[in-house]
Design a protein around this ligand. Structure first.
Ligand SMILES: *Cc1c(COP(=O)(O)O)cnc(C)c1O
Length: 359
């Protein structure tokens, strides 16, 4: 079922930015979607309004206790000039799981997808067509409720904003490279029983300190280890991690501290379809480093909506460098990137039925 929403159009549309110099989150479109929740009434009054600042009481609980969830998606301009979304149902279901963990009332999957489609259609002409660029979609939920008490709010706002963004791989959209990754020994991202599987604000602010540390040592991202034993590999920055040892591809099982990425799931589905053996299990850092040393670690990469596939060229651990595949982009990493990016942008026929939703 598809919902429709009333639209209040802006009277002052903005000039479109230079599609060759978009950055990530520098520009926002003319409109946004907003829907409210009130206890006893449920989600109501979904509507499209001109993009603009929110009026929030300084005592709004979200500002103090961080009760919020969000999603991240991309819309691509396909070669026919239409717009592709990628597996929006997965994001809708994940938001429900995030909400459940943060005590925020769920949003119906059809309602979520209808809202995303409605705002993307409204500001469709903001979707850039330069290769690699996209319209990044940021749905999020906050509470405007005024209270100092630590308890779930009774009022929420579900908002969707859109920002045209540059290609992740600057220069050439298909120019992947092996990034240098800092194995983080001190700080942790998420613990089992916590909120690691949810997309919620606090998970990201707590990781910034490690990212800053990684940069100091010339690394682009952090490899997170598990919180309890600092023994198992979990995620890379804000992406899921994959390691190919021998002929098997490993990625962490969804233990509770792992974010269930849509790109992670898509990667596993594609690899299995291609006949590659994939194991979802906890993988020890020691196994990875040993495999890097003896040459059986053939490839490693990270997956996420922003980068699609980001090959890992080197791990830095206790001052020692562990190069992977001579820091070159692996065959499987490249094939996954070409297939996923090709499907998302419509350059290639979708290999999986129902994954691409064209507006
Ligand atoms: C969003 C996110 C991912 C990637 O999920 P996708 O759905 O593939 O974009 C991975 N890890 C973390 C911590 C994330 O927040």
């Amino acid at each position: 079922m598809e919902y429709t929403f009333p639209v209040t159009r802006t009277t002052t549309p903005k000039a479109k930015p230079d599609p060759n110099n978009l950055g990530f989150g520098k520009y926002y479109t003319d409109h946004m979607f907003i829907m409210e929740y009130d206890e006893g009434q449920g989600w109501h009054d979904g509507r499209i309004v001109p993009y603009g600042p929110l009026s929030l009481d300084p005592a709004a609980t979200t500002l103090h206790y961080g009760q919020m969830t969000f999603e991240g998606m991309k819309a691509y301009r396909n070669p026919q000039g239409r717009i592709n979304l990628f597996r929006p149902d997965m994001n809708a279901k994940r938001l429900q799981k995030s909400n459940e963990r943060l005590c925020i009332p769920p949003i119906d999957v059809d309602l979520y997808i209808s809202a995303v489609k409605a705002i993307v259609r409204e500001d469709a002409d903001w979707t850039p067509s330069v290769p690699g660029t996209s319209l990044y979609i940021r749905p999020f939920i906050i509470s405007p409720e005024v209270s100092m008490a630590v308890h779930p709010a009774t009022k929420y706002w579900f908002i969707i904003i859109l920002t045209p963004v540059a290609a992740y791989y600057a220069g050439n959209e298909s120019e992947l490279h092996g990034s240098h990754i800092w194995v983080e020994e001190e700080f942790i991202r998420a613990a089992v029983g916590g909120t690691g599987f949810a997309k919620c604000g606090g998970n990201y602010s707590c990781g910034m300190i490690a990212a800053a540390e990684a940069k100091k040592y010339g690394c682009e991202e952090v490899l997170w280890l598990d919180a309890k034993e600092h023994k198992y590999v979990e995620e890379v920055g804000t992406s899921n991690a994959f390691f190919m040892i021998g002929d098997t591809v490993y990625t962490s099982s969804l233990t509770g501290s792992i974010l269930p990425g849509v790109t992670r799931d898509s990667t596993i589905c594609l690899l299995r379809k291609w006949g590659v053996n994939v194991e979802e299990r906890r993988l020890e850092l020691a196994e990875v480093l040993e495999a890097a040393k003896n040459g059986t670690l053939k490839e490693a990469w990270a997956t996420g909506t922003a980068c699609v596939i980001s090959p890992i060229g080197l791990l830095k651990y206790k001052g020692e460098d562990f190069p992977i595949n001579n820091e070159k982009v692996g065959v499987l990493s490249q094939k996954l990137y070409d297939t996923l990016y090709g499907m998302q942008t419509g350059i290639r026929e979708p290999e999986m039925e129902g994954w691409v939703v064209t507006l």
